[in-house]
Design a protein around this ligand. Structure first.
Ligand SMILES: [Zn+2]
Length: 434
């Protein structure tokens, strides 16, 4: 992990520096390290939450599909959903990947304003593809800093993935650095993450906590047992669900369940591709004299973004040719102008998505060997419900209006009495007696 100093963010420690024992660090036993941000400033007129005894948890079951929220695979989550308010038509924002949708959840704004259109972008300044994992990559205020500074309450981030922890660095009052990390996946197993969550709640009593559980996604990506079996994936869902049962028992035994509103959703779904169903756009561009060297490609699993690199006067012709060539590749589902998807300038100039059962592999056919994928349209659907033991939660309700990851931030803002009119999402007020 590189160091990225930015005067706009307060925390510039890397995980290694933090673990080396800088003054800001409080060790949290066997589950790793939490970073403490500056204390919340005292405001003359702090915002008022809808209830004084309210703790809000957003728990992201990374990569979970809506059909997996059933009593056999996820008994705890299913019980929470049926005992609360279930949004049955929920979806990610494009590009259906981890970073843009976590950004949508905590900011409530589309990628053109959050600055995070995809996991990976073509960075014109660097002249290469890179992951958006720096604190200054996120350009909008988040509920992790707004609840802290505007309501004067403690917030916490407990994120299992290293790049998420990087993107959200410096936002929450208390930040857990994922540890230990699994090699290759760069994430911490849900068992450790939930232990860290319990420790964070015990030590700091945060009023708003943002949690990412990465096992379902990481084991889904790597599952080689085939689309019908999905052995590793299904085991991960069951294990994560059981660990959330453990978290519920913790909340109940410490008297916190009645204080809790639990918002559970995925950031995107998951699709599995056949080994040979891959699209190598870079190869097709290299083979075309009009396109060679003209575009930077950022590969995002089920979607590729293309950034134009050539002279201005050839731009329109190059983009037209790009549409022709990429649109003609087997497995390509759809082409989008970046503005259609509200991606902003970091999303490049053209987006291509793949058909179900396919994946992009760029720059080479060997770059993306993993079968599990998301980013494309078939992975937009997500589970989404609001439960918990707090008296304001509406019980046994089903809401079929379209909901999106963007709706999380305005919902949290509404609960803490903060403004959310400028957001792109809608507060999920159907889930509460307010
Ligand atoms: Zn994800």
């Amino acid at each position: 992990m590189q160091r990225h100093d930015d005067p706009c963010t307060r925390t510039t420690l890397t995980r290694r520096e933090a673990m080396a024992g800088a003054g800001m660090v409080a060790a949290a036993g066997a589950v790793g390290v939490t970073l403490l941000a500056d204390p919340a400033p005292v405001w003359a007129q702090p915002a008022r939450p809808v209830a004084d005894d309210l703790d809000v948890y957003v728990i992201v079951t990374d990569g979970m599909r809506p059909d997996e929220l059933n009593p056999a695979q996820a008994p705890t989550l299913h019980r929470w959903a049926t005992g609360g308010t279930w949004f049955t038509d929920a979806s990610s924002v494009m590009i259906a990947e981890t970073l843009p949708n976590h950004a949508a959840m905590v900011t409530g704004v589309l990628p053109e304003r959050s600055g995070v259109p995809a996991n990976a972008i073509w960075d014109h300044a660097v002249g290469d593809e890179r992951t958006l994992d720096r604190p200054d990559d996120l350009r909008a205020p988040t509920m992790l800093d707004r609840v802290r500074t505007e309501a004067g309450l403690t917030t916490a981030s407990v994120l299992s993935k290293d790049y998420l922890h990087g993107l959200f660095g410096g936002r929450a009052s208390v930040q857990w650095a994922p540890f230990p990390l699994v090699p290759i996946t760069d994430h911490s197993l849900d068992w450790f993450t939930v232990e860290a969550l319990k420790q964070t709640v015990t030590d700091h009593s945060p009023r708003f906590t943002f949690v990412n559980l990465g096992d379902m996604d990481r084991f889904g990506h790597m599952d080689l047992s085939g689309t019908s079996l999905r052995l590793a994936r299904n085991q991960a869902i069951f294990n994560s669900d059981h660990k959330l049962w453990d978290f519920e028992q913790f909340l109940r035994s410490t008297g916190r369940w009645e204080r809790s509103v639990v918002i559970v959703l995925a950031d995107h779904g998951m699709d599995w591709s056949d080994p040979m169903s891959l699209i190598s756009a870079a190869g097709a561009l290299d083979a075309d004299p009009l396109l060679r060297g003209r575009f930077g490609i950022a590969q995002n699993g089920g979607a590729d973004t293309f950034a134009y690199l050539g002279p201005d006067h050839e731009r329109d012709a190059s983009l037209a040719r790009l549409r022709e060539v990429v649109g003609g590749l087997p497995g390509v589902h759809r082409l989008y102008d970046t503005t259609e998807l509200n991606l902003g300038e970091r999303g490049g100039d053209l987006v291509a998505t793949c058909r179900p059962g396919w994946r992009f592999s760029d720059p080479t056919p060997f770059s993306n060997p993993i079968p599990g994928n998301h980013g494309h349209e078939v992975t937009l659907g997500i589970p989404f419900f609001i439960g918990g033991g707090h008296r304001i939660v509406r019980r046994g309700a089903v809401v079929d209006r379209p909901a999106r990851t963007l709706d999380v931030a305005p919902t949290v803002a509404r609960l803490f009495g903060l403004a959310h009119d400028e957001m792109d999402g809608t507060a999920a007020t159907e889930a509460f007696h307010l």
